[in-house]
Design a protein. Sequence first.
Length: 330
Amino acid sequence: MIKTLSASGMLGKVLRLVRIKNLVIVVFTMYAMRFFIMQPLLQSKQMSLQLGELLFMLLVLSTVFITAAGYVINDYFDTRTDLINRPKTVIVGKDLSRRFAIILHWCLNVLGVLMGVVVAFAIGKPLLTMVFLFVPGLLWFYSTSYKRQFLAGNILVATLTAIVPLMPLLFEMPLLHATYWQRLALSSSVFNEIIYWVVGYGIFAFILTLFREIVKDIEDIEGDNEFGRRSLPVVLGTNMARNIAAAILMFTIVVLAYLFGAYLNYLVNGKFDYFTFTYMIVALVIPIFILILRLLSASTKNDYHWISNFSKVVMLFGILYSIPFRFLVV
């Protein structure tokens, strides 16, 4: 039976349904890539951003609405399993009707796609509209099919998460090429440093999201088993899934070390960046080791839930580095 809610109560449930905290992180990530990574790197080369602020805001809103629609449709199809895995968090079918959820899903998708199409045509790259058409479709099939398949859903969610920091670069780069084509003719590597940093963030987001998805599958193994989902822990067992997740974290540390080494090669002054090194150790490497230790000793749903939440904190630490980075660029 659907509860009767006040307007403020319904708004609160809708904000929970669309994961408002996650959406705030999406907004911050895209603006961080634009103003804390891309802009200072461009300025260091006597260049500037070309995508207007209004169009960029539409791009951010498009990403947010499509992401929110994905959360809604995921909960719509996950109601039965969530009643087993996390009954206290279920909203669709309890606080909000299933009809309301599906209408909200389509409204958010339509708004997101329309805004994305406007941006793509405004920059003269209509082919980029395919991004805003494919992603909602992938999120729909993830909720209805892919998440029930072995690893397919995990990899898809990690890939879509990695796309978020890449979106500012994807829509800025065509305009930069059009404006600075003469410099590119002289040196095709003029944008390499920008690509290196933004793609590096995308890789970091992919790896940690893949880790978190596996941990969530371990946490939800009871409901997944009940409804025949072929998640990693269901197919290979909890211990094997936990070992694979730990290996992903170890690989993350290796990737961070490689990216830091490559970053040092870009420094024109030849000096060692002690701030970045310290930040990486304190805010990323040590927390990742804590995750590994907690993961290998985890035995309850609460343990895995803590690990899942703390992995989000580590991802946030990674994004927050972009703020001091702006002032480190010479």
